[in-house]
Design a protein around this ligand. Structure first.
Ligand code: FNR
Length: 183
């Protein structure tokens, strides 16, 4: 069976480029990976007061991560960092203390922006956040997708060949990384 990968989407926007990239990755995935695109709407704000009796949607979100063989985190860049909704989701998944749902999971970080810098500052923040609560974070190849604003047609299909090639190369590397961690 293929490894099951959760792709977290760090934007709630209906026409989100981040979401479109996640869907493109799911389509481009090599046979060894099955990518499940997971969006973050409906996740209430993390509040430590709720930890003893967590909301059902927190538990469902944690279970999805725990059942996976690896996680891709896709983020846009908001004010040189990651969006609050994504940080909230990561905080929810990281708890209870010592029982992070990311534990042991190989992680890949993918930032994007319609702008020229590809969301690199957001990706760098994820590189700070994740290692303390996850399995190994793939360091190489790095991927900061710039100029994504004209990468999709009206149906959300990826139409930029250069971007498709980069995503395919990244997926091949991530597939090898996941196989190694799960092997
Ligand atoms: C942005 N945007 C942005 N872009 C960037 O490259 N660096 C940044 O620091 C920011 N900051 C920022 C803050 C806020 C609050 C918003 C709403 C937007 C632009 C951002 O890249 C653009 O809106 C993307 O389309 C957001 O990603 P999705 O929703 O398309 O996935």
């Amino acid at each position: 069976a293929p490894y099951s990968i959760v792709a977290l989407v760090g934007s709630l926007r209906k026409e989100s480029f981040t979401l479109k990239i996640a869907k493109a990755l799911a389509k481009l995935a090599p046979a060894s990976l099955k990518i499940d695109v997971v969006t973050l709407e409906g996740l209430s704000f993390f509040n430590q007061d709720l930890e003893a009796n967590p909301p059902a949607e927190w538990l469902a979100f944690r279970e999805k991560l725990k059942a996976s063989n690896g996680v891709l985190i896709l983020t846009p860049e908001y004010n040189r960092s990651i969006p609050g909704v994504l940080k909230n989701a990561i905080d929810i998944a990281s708890r209870p203390y010592g029982q992070s749902s990311f534990l042991g999971k190989p992680v890949g970080l993918i930032s994007n922006s319609p702008g020229p810098l590809g969301g690199v500052a957001a990706a760098k923040h994820l590189q700070n956040i994740m290692p303390g609560i996850s399995g190994p974070v793939m360091g190489q190849p790095e991927i900061y997708l710039n100029g994504v604003g004209d990468a999709f047609d009206g149906n959300g299909e990826l139409i930029k060949d250069a971007l498709k090639t980069v995503l395919q190369q990244y997926l091949d590397a991530f597939a090898a990384f996941v196989a190694k961690q799960n092997g």
